[in-house]
Design a protein around this ligand. Structure first.
Ligand code: SF4
Ligand code: SF4
Length: 341
């Protein structure tokens, strides 16, 4: 079912939907940019069409809506432990095709990468529905077409924004409020980006001795340039790593909680282990680890690349390190290695 709505009609729809769902979308936050006096586009709860940023990419991905930056796993009161409740109201997230594909990668990690599903991720994730915003142009740093993530076929709703109207294609009937009438049914076909300015050649690792990639000189450049700030990790829709904290909240140590919070492979201390062991001390080694995870290891395990080409890591890096260019460099090295054989 597809319906064309004016902004006012869309606002009335969101108001009716708010009885059963919280709606999240990219918005502008004044003066919250990393650069002074500039705005930040990121995700927040919305109640109207004019709050939503339809034509720009968000700096952060939508993952923090259901995978919080910091989450209490359980609290101790004396000898008793409690798992905190979470808000049970379903959520609708407006997002672009690359991000919906990215959430598929997060699902793989939290549902299929261990012996059991991640309880904390699952209890929020099952409350989430997705509304894809049609994306036909992309942005300068996007390389979704190279990664095959410019298209989606499973969504709960799709939206086309055309300035003065918004057309909704609703697949999930629970997103139609009880007794709500939209009016005439419209034809609907979701269009996609067909070409990006940034193009990536994926390395073909088949038959290559990976030591020739691991030991290559190219990583030294990143040791000297990367400052291990971790922005590339925190902005990435598919980075899922976390670390643990135990926190005492009273002097008698009778009240305490265990939290998990986001961590990232670029950040110092990420690979520290008991006994004082540490791996990947050099920043270039961390870049290599991230790249190989995003375009090699994950693919071996799940038959799809982890990176979805959203380009945020290129957008946010203060050292202008380009992940897309680094993938292309690895592809070139692989070609040279194969040529020398
Ligand atoms: S690695 Fe970079 S381009 Fe790929 S999904 Fe993460 S932020 Fe997006
Ligand atoms: S954003 Fe850039 S400088 Fe910061 S950790 Fe990532 S690659 Fe390094």
């Amino acid at each position: 079912m597809a319906y064309q709505l004016s902004h006012e009609m869309f606002d009335r729809y969101l108001a009716a939907l708010s009885a059963t769902h919280r709606v999240f979308a990219p918005v502008v936050k004044a003066n919250k940019n990393k650069l002074a006096d500039l705005d930040l586009i990121t995700y927040d709860e919305v109640s109207g069409a004019d709050q939503i940023i339809w034509s720009e990419k968000s700096y952060f991905s939508p993952k923090e809506i259901f995978y919080p930056i910091r989450e209490t796993l359980f609290r101790f009161v004396g000898k008793e432990a409690f798992v905190p409740e979470v808000d049970q109201k379903p959520m609708l997230i407006l997002l672009r095709p690359c991000d919906l594909n990215g959430i598929d990668r997060l699902d793989q990690i939290f549902f299929n990468n261990g012996v059991s599903k991640d309880f904390y991720y699952e209890r929020r994730r099952k409350l989430v529905k997705f509304a894809v915003i049609e994306c036909t142009e992309g942005f300068d740093s996007c390389f979704c077409v190279s990664m095959g993530t410019n298209k989606v076929d499973s969504y709960d709703m799709a939206l086309k924004y055309s300035g003065d109207s918004i057309t909704l294609d609703i697949k999930d009937e629970t997103l139609v409020p009880d007794g709500y009438s939209f009016g005439a049914n419209e034809d609907f076909e979701l269009d996609f980006v067909k070409s990006n300015k940034t193009k990536v050649e994926l390395p073909d690792f088949e038959g290559v001795d990976l030591n020739q990639v691991f030991g290559h000189e190219m990583w030294k450049e990143y040791t000297s340039r990367c400052i291990a700030c971790g922005r590339c990790n925190t902005s990435c829709i598919t980075c899922s790593c976390f670390t643990m904290q135990d926190v005492f909240t009273d002097d008698e140590k009778m009240l305490s909680e265990r939290r998990r919070r986001w961590a990232g492979c670029h950040i110092k201390g990420f690979s520290d282990m008991a006994g004082g062991h540490s791996f990947r001390d050099k920043n270039g080694e961390r870049m290599r680890f991230k790249l190989m995870h995003k375009v090699y290891d994950f693919n071996k395990r799940f038959d799809k690349h982890m990176c979805v080409g959203c380009g945020r890591c290129d957008d946010v890096c203060p050292e202008y390190i380009s992940f897309s260019k680094s993938i292309n460099k690895v592809a070139k090295i692989i070609q040279e290695v194969k040529h020398e054989k």
